[in-house]
Design a protein around this ligand. Sequence first.
Ligand code: F6P
Length: 350
Amino acid sequence: MQRIAVMTSGGDAPGMNAAVRSVVRAAIHNDMSVIGFKRGYNGMLMRSRDTHDDFEIMTRKSVSDKIHRGGTFLMTARCTDFLDVECQKQVIKNLRLLGIEGLIGIGGDGTFRGLNALNELGFPTVGIPGTIDNDMEYTDYTLGFDSALNTACECIDRVRETSDSHERASLITVMGRNCGDIALHTALACGAEYVMIPEAPWSIESIANRIKWGMLNGKRSTIIVMAEGAFASLTSNVEKICRENESLHGIINDTMTSSKLAAILEALSGQETRSTILGYIQRGGSPSAQDRILGSRFGEYAVNLLRDDISGRAVGIRDNKLIDMPFSEIVGQPQPFRAELMHLVSVLAR
Ligand code: F6P
């Protein structure tokens, strides 16, 4: 191949810039030219007609001073239209018009579905897993997970200090709509007392009992880490709990929120409980050394696949060795639930 393209898509993840830098410089090293598309699939659909701001020709210089920066300098977007085969065909037409022969996409499951569709329509694609969620079964790590984890840990350490000073319980919500990996690893790294994730059932009563047990055993504070999607696996009858506790009569039970949960835990346990939502703080920030190295390794490996006319595959890492797998075996395969880590959080918290 003489010319390839690179883009980032879906939620941004620290380390995406390191991966783009690696793609560009490894491609140039292999005598290929690179076009960088902006805003993921939207850029390839050439949606910035008025401003002509959909892509740029990348040089070694375009990726200077980028390896340590968070976010993605190519920008990103979620493009639901891309499920439409007509949009996919349009993208292939646009890419061919620019003389592009292969595409490297950096993103999560949704991005890989798009890359798989393009590949099945005859346009060679390779994927790099870039998402803080670490929700892909085929790879030990996705790009951005380590950075998000470190950021969440740093924030929770701070919350712990103030919680301890005030002898409070703290409920801290981290990202992860369908996958509890960030919550589970953060809980373990921060010595949390309890963790709730979408993959495992949990009850409000058991957490309240855990807080009470802590108080009885001289713990000044309790750290409870929750994945944002964990309400999906809540088994408690919230309405009944609220009816039985006079102080909770004002809580509407149709949509649970973390601040409502904190109020319920406070009423049931007797320890003051506050809620903190970390939100997008986890997605921003400078990538960890681990993610910079991973992005650099993934980028070069992806270029080498296209150079060798191998496509329809995503790059990953297993036991610190780079691997590649067909998209068809990857998409829709979530990270299996790590029951042993959940068990360890509970054993070490006592
Ligand atoms: O990138 C993954 C993720 O950060 C999830 O953890 C989170 O649920 C989601 O993206 C939020 O995405 P958005 O940017 O669309 O709000």
